[in-house]
Design a protein around this ligand. Structure first.
Ligand SMILES: [Zn+2]
Length: 291
């Protein structure tokens, strides 16, 4: 047995591994089962997916049978093609929430917002230009709306959608026998939770409530960025996310226009420079213009 920790993998439960990768400090997990390995998220590029596949050989000689994407964001999915034909034969089965698969298909098919984002990344550095030049987007063919169980032979992995939050397609992996949850970007440890243009600020705290309902004092939760955390950490982050939503609702109720909300108070639970989208999206949800 190789020394997995020295290789960069951290065994967080029996046969469940976590590893942090640059750029963007994304966390990848692997679950080793009797019938093969399930990989959770695939990093930012084809080359990084290839390196990930090499690293997975440190854990098991068995092929990667399942790839689960926790959501559609580039840093979690752009290594997918390394586990699909023709680069891997037989190819892995790809799983995601239905909304995440829809977003990934839109990106693959050249949606204007996605094209603009890719052009922005390519302009950032020669490294990013190289990543974008070889990009092949693989969209999961297996989708989940509320729940589905994957059978890895000797263990079951429950795929759950506890609700909207970071996106409308966040998928969580629950390993009840290991008391472990892989939660993607619904929780972040190495940075603040990211409210992007596809986030649902008013739904996020209730979604974390649903997640916390299946945790106990010993539960290990693995965020999409950073190290594993416990339920107390998630409760604190949920409270901060709820405070952002409540603050938006109070400012709107007081008649503060959306464009003035951020500057109207210095009492935000997170760095206000990263909350522009949170305010926009919360107001839109309250206005009813964002269903
Ligand atoms: Zn994300």
């Amino acid at each position: 047995m190789p020394d997995r920790a020295a290789d960069g993998w951290r065994e967080i439960a029996d046969g469940v591994f976590q590893r942090r990768y640059q750029p963007v400090d994304v966390t990848v997990c692997a679950i080793v089962g009797a019938d093969g390995t399930a990989v959770v998220d695939t990093r930012c590029s084809l080359a990084e997916g290839r390196e990930l596949r090499e690293h997975l050989r440190q854990l098991s000689a068995a092929p990667v049978r399942w790839v689960v994407n926790t959501h559609a964001h580039f840093d979690h999915v752009w290594g997918n093609a390394e586990f699909a034909a023709p680069r891997q034969l037989p190819p892995a089965q790809f799983w995601a929430h239905a909304a995440a698969a829809r977003a990934m298909a839109a990106s693959r098919d050249g949606a204007p917002d996605d094209l603009a984002f890719k052009a922005e990344l390519a302009a950032e550095s020669p490294e990013w230009a190289a990543r974008m030049a070889e990009l092949v987007e693989v969209v999961p063919e297996h989708t989940v709306r509320t729940a589905h169980t994957l059978d890895l032979g000797d263990r079951e992995v429950r795929l759950l959608h506890p609700g909207r939050g970071h996106t409308d397609g966040d998928l969580v992996l629950h390993l009840p026998e290991s008391d472990t949850l892989l939660v993607g970007d619904l929780v972040e440890e190495s940075g603040e939770p990211a409210f992007g243009p596809d986030s649902f600020p008013l739904d996020w705290a209730p979604t974390l409530d649903a997640l916390l309902a299946v945790t106990g004092p010993g539960t290990v939760l693995v965020p999409g960025h950073g190290d594993p955390v416990d339920a107390a950490f998630v409760r604190a982050q949920r409270d901060a996310i709820r405070a952002v939503a409540d603050r938006c609702a109070a400012l709107r109720a007081a008649g503060v226009p959306v464009g003035e909300a951020l500057a109207a108070t210095d009492d935000w639970a997170f760095d206000p420079s990263a909350l522009g989208r949170a305010v926009e999206r919360a107001y839109a949800q309250l206005d009813g213009t964002l269903a």
